[in-house]
Ligand binder design. Structure first.
Ligand code: DAK
Length: 255
């Protein structure tokens, strides 16, 4: 691969972008490479958690230079959405570790992850409005779902770039660490999640996705009720509860 790398260690997949000359701006090749890696990760049962992290900058958005002269047809073809949906639909937890810039299409990429940690020096925002366009890879939907409509509108309407402290305040990121600590702390949290029961994790993600999509709260709670009972058919549930009673650490098999 030219721009992306995937490292797999102890059940944690780590994807990084390497295009420092353009602050990791996302071009077509990067999205194609990401798509291929996500398929590989989806089919690899040994990966329990996925981390997206890139040195110095998460990414400064989509590649403006490759978009400037695009026709409507070309813009419709320069599509990120299926790849970002693939990320969102993974059964495993996904964490974005944001150092430096996470703008536009890159913030949308982070929003397609389950959890976001940021470095103190991170800068986040949706500058699309300043370029005469709008977020087009799920940002107008995933952002209000995560942080609420007023905060999302403020960000998307204004195009303002905010710092990590402000991002934490509005819930755009879950935690902040110093720039030097971000990577290690993100991996430490990933390691913690990698030891959790995989089937329960999968069903939690599925339940929250389907439940939140229900207009009717009670319909969502019904989905939760059904999925909760389903987990009692798994060996992992027995193992988790027996381990508690026997005062030992559980060994989950994903069965
Ligand atoms: N695209 C292309 N190149 C970029 C870039 C970008 N987004 N961001 C930075 N670069 C390049 C710069 O052009 C420069 O390259 P050279 O001129 O040296 O060749 C190099 O990276 C270093 O950037 P600067 O010299 O500008 O660095 P500074 O530290 O002075 O400024 C900055 C950093 C991040 C404030 C600035 O670079 C900047 O404002 N960048 C643009 C940020 C931006 O507007 N991002 C949003 C892009 S729009 C779609 C779905 C979604 C999208 C598109 C399509 N579909 C469904 C079809 C998403 C759209 C977007 O993300």
């Amino acid at each position: 691969m030219r721009y992306l790398s995937l490292e797999i260690n102890n059940g944690i997949g780590l994807i990084s972008i390497h295009r420092p000359e353009a602050l990791n701006a996302l071009n077509r090749e990067i999205i194609d490479e990401l798509d291929a890696l996500l398929e590989q990760i989806r089919d690899d049962q040994s990966i329990r958690v996925l981390v997206l992290w890139s040195d110095k900058n998460f990414a400064a958005g989509s590649d403006i230079k490759s978009m400037v002269e695009m026709t409507v047809e070309e813009a419709a073809d320069f599509i990120f959405t299926p790849t970002y949906n693939k990320l969102d639909l993974l059964d495993i937890p996904t964490i974005a570790g944001i150092e430096g810039y996470a703008l536009g299409g890159a913030l949308e990429l982070a929003m397609a992850c389950d959890i976001r940690f940021a470095a103190e020096g991170a800068k986040l925002g949706y500058p699309e409005i300043n370029l005469g366009i709008m977020p087009g890879a799920g940002g107008t939907i995933r952002t209000p779902l995560s942080i609420g409509s007023p905060w999302a509108k403020e960000l998307i309407f204004s195009g303002e770039i905010i710092d990590a402290a402000r991002a934490l305040q509005i819930g755009l990121v879950n935690r902040i660490y110093s720039d030097a600590e971000l990577f290690a702390e993100t991996m430490k949290f990933a390691e913690k999640l990698s030891r959790k029961a995989p089937l329960a994790m999968k069903l939690i993600k599925q339940t929250m996705r389907e439940g939140l999509a229900c207009a009717d709260l009670m319909e969502g709670v019904d989905i939760e009720k059904k999925n909760w009972a389903t987990l009692f058919s798994t060996e992992d549930q027995k193992e988790g509860m027996r381990a508690f009673i026997e005062k030992r650490k559980p060994e989950y098999k994903g069965k």
